[in-house]
Design a protein around this ligand. Structure first.
Ligand code: 5GP
Length: 113
């Protein structure tokens, strides 16, 4: 099933893209929850974390590597940041194409907000 993020990958829906390679795309979230809020997605359309297979291991492993690279480039790596992946309804997932949220530029609390 084609999701919003597939349309962003295909440039059918505009997005403020900050990183792209042959496997991964990263772009600013339209409704930022922090001064910087970026979504990092595999180009392969995997609906939820539950749908990952062993063959996706290297692909998904790239997401935190790219998060750290972007955090360094954007200057908030040392002060800290948060990465989140939501799964299904209770996890708060709204787009069914897996994505890592990278949020920086403010202090986060735990477990909420
Ligand atoms: P989820 O709730 O599935 O973990 O995260 C989905 C994210 O996609 C949300 O943070 C939401 O703000 C973001 N989002 C929804 N629609 C759009 C859009 O059209 N463009 C961009 N850049 N982000 C979107």
């Amino acid at each position: 099933m084609s999701t919003l993020f597939s349309k962003i990958i295909e440039r059918e829906v505009p997005a403020d893209i900050v990183y792209e390679d042959d496997q991964v795309l990263a772009f600013h979230d339209i409704n930022p929850q922090a001064p910087t809020h970026i979504l990092i997605i595999p180009k392969k359309p995997i609906a939820t974390l539950n749908d990952l297979t062993e063959e996706d291991q290297a692909l998904v492993g790239r997401l935190p590597l790219i998060a750290a690279k972007l955090a360094k480039q954007l200057g908030f790596a040392d002060e800290g940041y948060r990465v989140v992946m939501n799964c299904n309804e209770n996890g708060g997932q709204t787009v069914y194409h897996i994505h890592m949220h990278l949020m920086g530029g403010r202090r986060f609390t735990w477990p909420a907000g």
